[in-house]
Design a protein around this ligand. Sequence first.
Ligand code: F6P
Length: 342
Amino acid sequence: MKVGILTGGGDCPGLNAVIRAIGKKGIVHYDDEFIGLKNGWAGLMSLDYIQLERHNFSGILHLGGTILGSSRTNPEKEEGGYDLAIKNFKELGLDALIVIGGNDTLGVAVKLHELGIPIVGVPKTIDNDICATDMTFGFDTAVSVATEAIDRLHTTAESHHRCIVVEVMGRHAGWIATHSGIAGGADYVLIPEQPYEIKDITDKIQLRMNRGKFFSIVVVAEGVELRVEGYDIQTRETDDFGNIRLGGIGDLLAREIEKRIGIESRAVVLGHVQRGGTPTAYDRVLGTKYGIAAIDMVHEGNFGMMTALHGTKVVPVPIEDGVKESKIVDKDTYEIAKVFFG
Ligand code: F6P
C-alpha cells in the first residue's frame, strides 16, 4: 500500500519512535511505500512531502521532535480546505493516511475520514489530555523533565528561603502539574480543572512558615485562571485552531505570594523545555507500540480509528471518542497531591 504519514500540533518526544515503527514494520512486513507530509496538515494542503525510504526510518528512535516537522495549520481555516486535502490525497495516489496528533489535528482527521479519506490516528501530546486512551506518549518525558526541574529548584529555594513557583504546560488539563507535583514533592499544585483564590495558596505557605519551613515549591499549570485586578496575563493572540497563547500565571502567583505574606518569591517557566529533547524509555516503547498498531490497523482496514492504551494493551478506538472533549485530571489523583499541600 502507499501510505502517507503526518505529524501535527505541538511536537512531543516519541514522535520519531512512532514514525520509525510504522516505517520499519510497513516496509519489512507489508512491502509498503511511504510519503512523509511535511509540517502537519500544511504538507497535504500544499503538496509538500518527501518520499520516505528505509534509511529515513533509521537512527531516529532516540531523537526528540519530528523528522517530518509540525505546524498548527487547520484546513478548515481555508476556503475549500477539505476539498483541497481530498484532491491532494488522491493526486498523491495514497491508499491511507496515518495522522499523529493531538485534539486539534485528530479533530481534522475525524472530519476527513467522514469525507471518505481512509485515516488511522495516533494520539500524541505531552499534556495527556486525549480521551479513550490511558496515556499519550510524550507525557512521561514531560513529567520527568518537570520533576528534575522541581528537584533542582527545591535546593535553591531552601538555601535562599524563597517560594519558587514553577509554571508547567497544561492548557485544559493539569496532568503534568499533578504528576510532577507529586513526584517532586510540591507544597501546592494548581490545575486548570478547578478555580482557586490566592488565599488558598498563601494560607498553606504561611502554615509551612509557622512550622519553621521558610521555603516552598508551588507548581502551576499554564492554563490556570486566576483573576487579580489590574493584572492581565492573557495575550489575545490565537493559533489556527483558536487556542490563545498562554503564559504568565507563574509570574502573577509569585508576585501575589510575595506581596501578601512577605516571602521572597520567584517564578520559573519551564515552557518548551518540557517538549524538547530525547524521549524517555517509556515514551520510546509506547511510541513504538503505537506505530506498530497503526500500520497493522491500516492493513486491517481499521479506518476512522486511533491507537489507544488500555492497561498494557494497545487497542483501536474511534478517533472521535478520543477528541470529543479534553481528558481532565481525575479527582482521586489530585487528592493524592493535596495530601502534601502546606
Ligand atoms: O502541545 C500542547 C501544548 O504543550 C500546550 O500545553 C501548550 O499550551 C502549547 O502546546 C504551546 O505550544 P506552542 O507554543 O507550540 O503553540
